[in-house]
Design a protein around this ligand. Sequence first.
Ligand SMILES: C[S@@+](CC[C@H](N)C(=O)[O-])C[C@H]1O[C@@H](n2cnc3c(N)ncnc32)[C@H](O)[C@@H]1O
Length: 621
Amino acid sequence: DDQCGVYLAESTQGRTLGSFAGKQFQQNEQVGSADAVVQVLDVREYNDHLTGTFDGAHLESFLGTCWSGDATAGMSEGHEVVSAVGGPCFSSVGHVGLINAVIYQPSTLLRTDEDLLASGYDELTSPGRGAFTAYHNLTLLSVDKIPPGMEIFLDFGAEYNQYENVDKPNIDDYIKMDEAIEKMVSFFDKHAEALGEKAATEVFEFMKKDVLDLTAEARAPAARSLLPETYHGLREIVEMGGSALHSMPEVQKSIEFLKSNGYCQDNIVSGVSSIEHAGRGAFAARPMRKGEVVAAMPLVALHEGRSALNMIEYEGGSEDDSEDDDGEKEERVGRVVVSEKFQLLLNYMLEHPESSTLFFPAGGVTPLINHGGKKANVKMIWSTKSWSNVKETRELRVEDLSQVGPIDMILELVATRPLNRGEEILMDYGDRWDRAFKEHVRQWEKTTADEKFVESALTQNNRHHNPENLSPFPLDNEQLENENLDLVCHLLYDEEKIERRRNEDGTRTKIYPWIPHPVAGASRLKTDIAIRGIHRTPCVILERTGDVDTGYKYLVEPAQMDDGPGLLVKNVPHYAIRYIDKPYTSPQNFGGAFRHPIAFPDKIFPQKWRNLKDGGSKDEL
Ligand SMILES: C[S@@+](CC[C@H](N)C(=O)[O-])C[C@H]1O[C@@H](n2cnc3c(N)ncnc32)[C@H](O)[C@@H]1O
């Protein structure tokens, strides 16, 4: 499909980035490319000395662009997990009235890695162990039909704070009023002539005032704001595609406008890299010409740089919680550093050796672009779009960059030669990176290769979900594959179909039948509470039926349902169950994993951002 599916451009909702449909989407269609997620563990705890400081505010502004680990199935990696993501999941805004796409909740949890393992990747022996993310397939789905050019609006939990506001229509007001308006149109088509203008107008006023007050109650003012002055305006609303578009026509752009003003966000898709040990990579979804923008990378500045991503563990020292003259906490006095390693996120960041700030490249699938050295087929240049103030941003002091939205810090990845569909996109991470990785492989072969690692959830899940040979998940009284693993179930159940089972001790257990993640738009929205992790829960398997040919079904006990004890879910299909790694045990926690940022090309790195002398020491990890 050579037609761009989703564009990045300035949002219609203010000076911020937005995503726009490049074509018509039907309900439940994937919007944009499935993307990678980088899980960041306990970053606030590691930086608790920054709380309340200027630098702490910088860190928060970076974290404000991330998703919660719950939304991306990373919640069990650590105590507090945040997820760095790019693409439309990053660049779309929320709108309580116009939600038209949601994160497809099962996408990251129920991912498979068959392709990666089939390529020969062995997590136990590869020097790539823990150096790239295991989380991918983050997918946006359309909740409803989305017309071409329409801005993509997501459901951020926070938007729901405005849900009760009676002055502003919310998504349910728009949906209900569109139904009502269609009925009104057919009523007036049928009866307006016979009634005559005066009576028809009175009927409309009666509907608008009395009927709405009675039916919509507290929501009546919001609902009323969607109706036209006279009944003659009703048809126009239907013809424009509903009350939302009618009251805010600016949220839909023309495709011509997007072609010349926007960046295509799905020119590249995720796949298994052709480079050994590299994990996944980004591939051309369509042929591209030399000089064409393959992807835009809005940057998110992390002002504290590497120190914010350092996972220093201390031991001993005073527990002194007093503050020094500058109000800084002295908690760490006398403590000894026992281990020092970096967040996996460091591998995804751009860095210039003369600057303390790191940059996350938040384009669609751009975090997956691997290092090609001399074989690179894209290069970075600053955005050429007038709506991105990159010129002004380049004149700012580096300390002020975290106050600049990613809209004003966009890099373009431009093809340096023609690209075929399916070709891997490669950039040049720089010579330092190249040397560091070669050194890592040398060290690995000398020392680490003999270390005995335990298989992680990635490999184990593949064993259980191998389509050629499904292997059943163990019951509560059977051994899990290894002690680093927990079982997690993607559970939704039909509350109206409760069954009660009488137990031997006279108590009763509630049993609900499992239902698939809903696909109908409105019910999908209701279940979006799943973003907060309620439906992905550690679980214990009590009974198992079926076999390798018919497939397995399970009776499970969820661990964290708020309905209290005694709740079971039956008919849970095999595909809704996965292993996850216990906190702090997945390969990304491995202390010997490769860590090195990507070089921000010197040629384009602004002079004003160079606040360090390059001593070279930053390269020694
Ligand atoms: C920005 S990420 C690229 C996406 C990554 N391959 C993934 O699957 O998420 C950078 C990491 O990818 C891996 N990588 C990238 N280029 C590589 C190469 N040429 N050789 C080996 N590993 C590479 C390294 O682990 C590096 O730290």
